[in-house]
Design a protein around this ligand. Structure first.
Ligand SMILES: Cc1cc2nc3c(=O)[nH]c(=O)nc-3n(C[C@H](O)[C@H](O)[C@H](O)COP(=O)(O)O)c2cc1C
Ligand SMILES: O=C(O)C(=O)c1ccccc1
Length: 351
């Protein structure tokens, strides 16, 4: 595991550990996987404009998001069923993130009880909310997370139903034995595709933000915003922040890579709340580019499951350490002393 020097190295090791259908479920995207590929490609088209002799010295990576301290502008994106990658699941992830002062967004479909996750980290925990047709179910999940000490809600807005992931269709994907949602009533969750089509509420509108705020005191962020128009509506509806995301290319194939739409969302939000980004972040320079284009922080998806697969909490720790170390390197070598010093002058596209 310690031979893994990059997140791509970790992914290569993880692939050998996971069954092919589970690998495909994690790695795959919707349709032709055009959006999935673009999330990565776009980072490769951006060049950095380093400043020299700035006297910035060793950079400070710390930042504050929704009045909480993060050791670096990096959090763990909501991912269903960490128990698919390692038996300790979200508890292992939370331990690794918590030891590093980094936040974790816990999926509605977490494989580990919220209370167990909260017991092993002092870093912020946010609940990702899938809104079910049955509001009582959604309400129960929210109340349970709030009681467990979670600090915010993240409403996933890009999933009126689960996207068409052809790898899973071809594999007839079902959850491995022993993997199930730990915070939902017992039921038949074996096929994410079937459950994700039948149980999620496809009729949501912006009033759902007000409804969530009526059942909880926690701030609500909206995940899956890809236009300035929707970012504006999210803030108007009472959202505390937005997450620019295309669900890692797993929902509608053909939507743009997140980095491309980040500037219009940042402009629309206009400082009225944090703007986070996920999708294709794999290197410290990717984090720095996202910060330069206006993100307050990024969330990391698949690499966290890769880390779990290669070594549980230690594997996730390795993934987070690599990314933090690479970000430190990129900030040092561009003369960027702190997170707030990363601005648009740091990047240029298509030279
Ligand atoms: C296996 C897997 C499960 C996911 N589960 C959820 C989920 O339960 N809720 C959610 O909002 N997003 C979910 N996502 C999307 C991630 O939160 C995130 O948007 C995406 O993975 C980020 O891209 P990256 O994997 O390229 O870093 C999932 C992604 C993967 C790969
Ligand atoms: O796979 C996903 O992206 C996802 O969001 C999900 C949702 C429900 C169950 C399993 C996965």
């Amino acid at each position: 595991m310690n031979h893994a020097l990059t997140l791509d190295d970790v992914a290569g090791l993880a692939r050998a550990r996971l069954s092919p259908p589970v690998w495909d479920f994690v790695a795959g995207g919707a349709g032709d996987e055009r959006t999935l590929a673009a999330n990565r490609d776009v980072f490769d088209r951006v060049w950095l404009r380093p400043r020299v002799l700035t006297g910035a010295g060793r950079p400070g990576l710390g930042t504050r998001v929704l009045e909480a301290d993060w050791a670096a502008p990096i959090g763990v994106a909501p991912l269903a069923y960490h128990t698919m990658a390692h038996p300790e699941g979200e508890a292992a992830t939370a331990r690794a993130a918590g030891e590093r002062g980094l936040p974790l967004v816990v999926s509605t479909f977490a494989g580990t009880a919220f209370e167990q996750i909260a017991a092993v980290t002092a870093a912020p925990l946010w609940l990702q909310v899938y809104c079910f047709r049955d509001r009582a179910t959604t309400r129960a999940v929210v109340e349970r997370a709030e009681r467990a000490g979670f600090a915010a809600l993240v409403l996933t807005a890009d999933t009126p139903h689960l996207g068409r992931r052809l790898r899973d269709v071809r594999n007839g994907f079902v959850l491995p034995p022993g993997v199930a949602p730990a915070n939902l009533a017992p039921g038949d969750y074996a096929s994410p595709a079937a459950h994700g089509r039948d149980e999620l509420d496809p009729d949501l509108d912006w009033s759902v933000i007000g409804w969530l705020r009526s059942i909880t005191a926690l701030p609500v962020l909206v995940k899956g915003v890809l236009t300035g128009e929707d970012a504006r509506l999210a803030v108007q509806a009472g959202a505390a922040g937005v997450i620019v995301s295309n669900h890692g290319g797993r929902q509608l194939d053909g939507v743009p890579p997140t980095l491309r739409v980040l500037p219009e969302v940042v402009q629309a939000v206009a400082g009225r709340g944090p703007v986070l980004l996920d999708g294709g972040v794999r290197r410290g320079t990717d984090v720095l580019v996202a910060l330069a284009l206006g993100a307050d922080a990024v969330l990391l998806g698949r690499p966290v499951l890769h880390g779990l697969a290669i070594g549980g909490a230690a594997g996730v720790g390795r993934v987070l350490d690599i990314l933090v170390e690479e970000l430190t390197d990129a900030m040092t070598l561009t003369g960027t002393g702190s997170v707030k010093d990363a601005g648009p002058a740091l990047v240029r596209e298509q030279w």
